[in-house]
Design a protein around this ligand. Structure first.
Ligand SMILES: Nc1ncnc2c1ncn2[C@@H]1O[C@H](COP(=O)(O)OP(=O)(O)O)[C@@H](O)[C@H]1O
Ligand SMILES: N[C@@H](CC(=O)OP(=O)(O)O)C(=O)O
Length: 782
């Protein structure tokens, strides 16, 4: 008899945040992508003297703003921000890695079309490595001389890439030819001026996004998907004037909403918007939002339109447990909160822009990080809250080349205002601080080496800072340090730290500073740069890669559930009566099913074989935090059998299955073998042993067969009544891993795993109030 466990499914949170358009303009705001004069003079005038904005419509708007007509426009825009018409459903942002060639552009266009229910706003970065090439070209132009500017290698790369792409996509090259010409003129201008100001640098890099969006919109139109290109600086992205690192200003939200909504209403077309770019509120020049800033463009549009979701399409399966270039085995993190994602990005994970979570958090717009190379992978969903009860460690992030500062007050203990003085010095010098640990008279902190990845702290700034601080304190500046951030549930900080310090001690690394932020999601450890990567690898291995079978018996955060090594296909859990074995193996089944769900498998099932009567009399206790309405339960198939024949039948037909379960769990395996009937069947006083051995051999063969196709584990539980597991000698032949349970005399139980060579892992747990409580996990050398 086979049955499925039926629980109520989890409802996916639905954010119905329809923008309200109460006051629709009858006069459509016609989009204008007219090119200004593309001459050298125009380019330099724009970049160097303050123009920087392409298009007459833009100039008119700026004049209107300067004439004080801005408020009226903002008011109108605010009204339009809140209407009931909802032309758009989501933002789809594609980074440079997703747009590296004509072939990739075709795939992305198909990907967009493959979601017929979505009405997206598309946000694009520059193609491939174009931004880097533009920056390099600009730097070379400073010193190469005007006559050589056209020959700059990176300019040729950019031209070749874009011209080849339009040719291969069958688009008229006129969509980008004016930009390519202007770009060359601009580089000549830089060569003539022999300088590259931050303002010019922003204007220079803006060509990347301006061209990619024009190509993409033209291609969509070519394949019959109506699209309209937008330069962000043309549709209301107003920023501070911090060139290379500008901040979005509040006025952006209503302006962008109005422009996109109005255009849609007058002439529906998929908007294709430049990521990364804005317009300085004072200078009216093109600004950029810091490297990787298209993510911020995407979430800003999401908030501005109150959309259901922002999708950020990358070249990885979501936010990973670590930078894959350091840990190739890094795994996707299925769920994150905005706080975790922001902390992760701020502390150096290149996958998201550090500021990009702010609009999403403010507007409560879920962000989904997906892989454009592998759209079926579930990716990472970032929301305001998630179930943290299961979360221990989410991800490990490394930020290198950090400066550590030890500051000790020169005055007596208890000096009032010491910290205030120190921080006002940083404020005066415009230096931002990352990690802080303090006592009343001393302070250790790290300085942000590159404010949002664009600005390096230069030696003069450090000297000045030292000089100022030495007026009130002894200062010790330590460079080339790294911050290792452990992002996770700081409620389990003792557990995290215990494990982390064990790893660091084993690797003979001394931690120079440690800080647990108020964010409740981050513990930062400071180590020497030279040791940092080694530490991160070891920590990642310990937290995410270790073959930690023991944790599978308890409620754990999804990411702790790494694929078990195939060296443990058959396992036995042996313990005394009433020690919670059924609960432990049920949790194991649940965790295996959950892992399948998070790996995106649709058909991964777990088979739970047991005696129905016994299960109903003593149902398993779930660990606290396991959601009993979870859809994961539907992946667990119950198979009720009465005796060993039932088990044998199941495994005898195992090879006939098209797909195999990811795990088979058998509760109270030994109890299925009745002494007397086995003796009669085999005509042998040791009939029961014989029956068990034969069934185990069958089980083992079935596992070997299944594992040739896909990973499949078998977990048996059995009861022992003494110090050693009953019939251990029989099991030993067929079972690869044995877990034993013993009472510890104080009401708790101790579960031991001997499978890690040289080390014994022990989990202490108890059963109270109908829950299974994991008290601690310890590891000791044998
Ligand atoms: N924790 C992490 N999770 C995912 N990716 C990371 C992480 N840390 C660093 N990365 C790197 O970030 C890259 C994805 O970001 P990015 O290159 O900016 O994508 P795109 O160009 O599509 O915007 C990945 O290729 C990966 O190498
Ligand atoms: N093109 C810009 C902006 C951006 O967001 O790029 P990407 O999404 O490819 O990281 C950069 O390289 O910084």
């Amino acid at each position: 008899m086979e049955a499925s466990l039926h629980f109520h499914g989890v409802r996916i949170p639905c954010y119905s945040r329809t923008p309200r358009l109460s006051h629709l303009s009858s006069k459509p705001w016609l989009s204008s992508v007219a090119s200004p004069s593309r001459s050298f003079h125009a380019a330099m005038e724009n970049a160097c003297k303050g123009g920087s904005l392409r298009g007459n419509s833009e100039k008119k708007r700026i004049e209107a703003v300067l004439r004080g007509e801005e408020e009226e426009e903002e008011e109108e825009a605010t009204e339009s921000h809140g209407s009931d018409a909802a032309p758009f459903t989501c933002v789809m942002k594609f980074g440079g890695s997703s747009l590296a060639s004509a072939e990739r552009i075709r795939e992305i266009a198909q990907l967009i079309v493959s979601f017929p229910d979505e009405k997206p706003v598309v946000v694009l970065s520059a193609m491939g490595k174009t931004t880097n090439n533009l920056l390099l070209a600009g730097e070379k132009a400073v010193s190469c001389g005007v006559s050589n500017a056209s020959e700059i290698e990176e300019l040729s790369f950019i031209k070749q890439l874009h011209l080849r792409t339009v040719r291969e996509l069958g688009i008229d090259s006129s969509v980008i030819s004016a930009h390519l010409e202007e770009l060359e003129q601009l580089l000549k201008g830089i060569a003539m001026m022999k300088e590259l100001t931050l303002r010019t640098r922003d204007y220079l890099v803006s060509f990347g996004e301006c061209m990619s969006t024009r190509i993409f919109a033209a291609y969509l139109n070519n394949i019959g998907v109506k699209a309209r290109q937008y330069d962000a600086f043309d549709i209301g992205f107003i920023t501070t004037d911090d060139f290379t690192n500008a901040d979005i200003l509040e006025g952006t939200y209503p302006s962008v909403a109005k422009r996109l909504n109005d255009d849609w209403i007058s002439d529906p077309a998929i908007p294709v918007v430049t990521g990364f770019l804005g317009k300085g509120s004072k200078s009216c020049a093109v600004t950029t939002l810091g490297r990787g800033g298209s993510d911020l463009t995407a979430t800003t549009i999401g908030k501005s339109l109150g959309l259901r979701e922002v999708q950020v399409w990358k070249d990885v399966d979501g936010v990973l447990t670590c930078d894959p270039s350091i840990c190739p085995d890094a795994e996707p993190v299925p769920y994150l909160t905005f706080d975790e994602a922001a902390e992760l990005a701020y502390f150096g994970a290149q996958v998201l822009h550090p500021q990009s979570m702010r609009p999403a958090r403010d507007g409560e717009i879920p962000v989904r990080v997906k892989n454009s190379y592998n759209p079926k992978a579930p990716g990472t969903l970032i929301t305001k809250t998630r179930d943290m009860s299961k979360a221990v460690l989410t991800s490990i992030v490394l930020k290198q080349n950090v400066t550590l500062l030890d500051i000790v007050s020169t005055r007596m203990l208890g000096q009032v205002g010491f910290l205030a003085k120190v921080f006002s010095t940083f404020e005066d010098l415009g230096i931002s601080v990352d990690v802080v640990a303090t006592s009343e008279v001393s302070l250790s902190l790290t300085l942000d080496p590159s404010k949002f990845w664009s600005r390096e702290l230069i030696q003069q700034e450090l000297d000045k800072m030292e000089e100022e601080l030495e007026k009130i304190a002894f200062v010790n500046l330590l460079q080339r340090r790294s911050i290792i951030s452990l992002i996770g549930n700081v409620q389990y900080s003792s557990l995290i730290l215990e494990k982390a310090f064990h790893v660091l001690r084993t690797n003979q690394v001394n931690v120079q500073m440690i800080s647990q932020g108020a964010s409740k999601v981050n513990i930062s450890l400071i180590v020497n740069d030279s040791e940092a990567e080694k530490c991160v690898k070891a920590l990642h291995h310990a937290f995410f890669e270790s073959d930690d079978l023991l944790v599978r018996f308890f409620s754990v955060r999804q990411m702790d559930l790494q694929q078990n090594s195939q060296s443990h296909p058959v396992m036995l859990l042996s313990g005394p009566p009433s020690c919670g074995k059924t609960s432990l193996i049920f949790q194991f089944a649940f965790n295996s099913a959950m892992e399948e769900a998070h790996h995106g498998s649709t058909n991964g099932k777990v088979m739970f074989i047991c005696n129905r009567r016994k299960l109903e009399a003593k149902p398993p206790y779930l660990s606290q935090g396991v959601d009993s309405s979870s859809e994961t339960f539907q992946r667990i198939q119950m198979k009720y059998v009465d005796d060993d024949e039932g088990i044998k039948k199941y495994f005898a037909a195992f090879h006939l299955h098209d797909t195999f379960p990811v795990a088979v769990v058998i509760d109270d395996f030994g109890d299925f073998f009745d002494e007397r009937s086995c003796q009669e069947r085999y005509g042998n006083p040791r009939g029961r042993d014989l029956a068990m051995v034969r069934t185990l051999a069958l089980c083992h063969n079935a596992m070997v067969h299944a594992n040739e196709t896909s990973p499949c584990k078998l977990l048996l539980s059995d009861t022992h009544h003494g110090d050693s597991p009953r019939l251990l000698f029989i099991y030993k032949r067929w079972v690869t891993t044995i877990f034993t349970i013993q009472g510890d005399g104080s009401g708790s139980f101790v579960l031991k795993d001997y499978s890690n060579s040289g080390r014994t892992k022990t989990a202490k747990y108890s059963i109270a109030l109908q829950y299974l409580f994991l008290e601690e996990i310890t590891e000791a050398s044998e």
